[in-house]
Design a protein around this ligand. Structure first.
Ligand SMILES: *Cc1c(COP(=O)(O)O)cnc(C)c1O
Length: 436
């Protein structure tokens, strides 16, 4: 029997990020200024981002070196293992071979630390003292709080109100890393105050929290803003996931037919798939399929048009060409908080338009059914976000059974669900809105 857990030595931590912008068939549509609607230059982003990250945002260099200081901290949890999900295969009675990349083993429990560390490092190098950000379910806030402390920066987190109330443990975790956390909309910013005037009970949204965090950074010299998904440089940093996974699949003697990851803003999907899509874009793996899986309650890729839209509610960000449900869209409060974003990464949106990737959407009831089955087979309780990928894997594995094909499926377990047990409880005791 081949190994169940496919591991790599620390020396195999990637030395470079893979920049898919170098290999796109057509260049990305540029971001536009919110006022003039003209393409913006890098200098327009300088008040809120450090130059080193802005350079990565617009770079078309294929390989971008990872600083040794960042690689050294990656050693705390990287390379992450790839597992063969034998028991899940057996449960599904499928001829498909199912593998998963386990980003849930990071100290904060998700892939988000990969970019948080790189972003904190570049800010520190440029003399920044404090980072501001938003967080939905709390994973990104935890990742940035942890990375900020490890790199010696202060951290201010605007946490979406509904999660702040429902998920106190994530807040406590951020506080443990020394970060300041406030519920958004808050009274600390004019964007927050404007929302509270209209609706004092506003549950908040990622779009609102982003507006607050940007306003915070733009108003202080010592502070820059950090975003956990969507932007080119964030997706870039996550490509260490797919690079490691490629080596691990080689060790397993398999190459995936199907790559599957959940999709909120697109970063863990990009992280897993882009290094493989390099093969497809070069014509070496024409039949490779990459599938982004989103909640039916926030079906950005499957139902939203691709057009210029704002990244936030208060219309402060540049306009980005992306699949979007509109920047005022407030999704139903489904439990996969990390997937409740109205937009999608411009890079992912463009690949979808080019027919290089696919998208699927599922309701939370079926997603949690698959999450529980997976936990009972493999032991790991997945994050509700990652469970969207698992549900898609299940469907494709059952399709492989029906057609008798020995498909190789690799999915990204982007996080564990240890802070989402209230969601599991609502599923198990029958109070969850299964159709949402
Ligand atoms: C934030 C998060 C996501 C969604 O964000 P992406 O940028 O689409 O990856 C998915 N899974 C987990 C565990 C998360 O924390």
């Amino acid at each position: 029997m081949t190994d169940t857990k496919i591991t790599l030595p620390e020396s195999a931590i990637p030395t470079h990020f893979y920049n898919i912008a170098a290999d796109l068939p057509t260049p990305l549509s540029p971001p536009l200024h919110p006022g003039t609607r003209q393409p913006i230059g890098p200098e327009a982003l300088a008040p809120i981002f450090p130059m080193g990250l802005i350079e990565q945002e617009v770079s078309t260099e294929r390989w971008i070196e990872i600083p040794s200081e960042v690689r050294d901290i990656y050693r705390l949890y990287r390379p992450t293992p790839v597992f063969r999900a034998r028991a899940f295969e057996e449960f599904l009675d499928t001829p498909a071979r199912i593998y998963y990349k386990s980003e849930h083993v990071s100290p904060v429990g998700s892939h988000k630390l990969n970019t948080a560390l790189m972003q904190a490092y570049v800010n520190k190098r440029e003399g920044v003292k404090r980072l501001s950000t938003e967080t939905g379910a709390g994973q990104w806030g935890c990742a940035l709080a942890c990375a900020s402390k490890l790199m010696g920066l202060e951290c201010m987190v605007y946490m979406v109100r509904v999660s702040y109330d429902q998920k106190p443990y994530r807040r406590i975790m951020m506080n443990t890393y020394g970060a300041d956390v406030v519920a958004s909309p808050s009274t600390l910013t004019s964007a927050g105050r404007a929302i509270l005037e209209q609706d004092p009970k506003s549950p908040g949204s990622l779009g609102i929290a982003i507006s607050e965090a940007i306003e915070d950074a733009a108003g202080r010299d010592d502070t820059k803003y950090a975003l956990g998904s969507v932007l080119n440089h964030v997706l870039l940093h996550q490509t260490i996931i797919g690079q490691e996974a490629k080596k691990q699949m080689e060790l397993a003697g398999d190459y995936p037919d199907l790559l599957i990851a959940c999709h909120g803003g697109g970063s863990n999907f990009a992280g897993l798939t882009f290094p493989f899509l390099e093969d497809k874009l070069a014509g070496r793996r024409k039949s490779l399929r990459a599938i982004a899986v989103e909640p039916a309650a926030c079906a950005t890729l499957t139902t939203g048009p691709r057009e210029y839209d704002f990244g936030d509610t208060a219309e402060t960000t540049p306009l980005m060409m992306m699949h979007t449900l509109g920047h005022r869209f407030v999704p139903a409060p489904v439990h996969a908080g990390g997937l409740r974003y109205h937009g999608s990464a411009p890079l992912v949106s463009q690949l979808l338009a080019a027919g290089m990737i696919e998208a699927e959407a599922y309701a939370q009831g079926e997603v949690f059914d698959s999450a529980v089955k997976f936990a009972q087979c493999e032991g790991t309780i997945p994050a509700p976000e990652s469970a969207h990928a698992i549900h898609s894997v299940r469907r494709h594995a059952l399709a492989a059974r029906a057609s008798g094909e020995k498909k190789v499926i690799l999915f990204n377990l982007s996080g564990h669900g240890h802070f989402d047990l209230a969601a599991y409880e609502s599923y198990l005791n029958g109070t969850m809105d299964l159709k949402a």
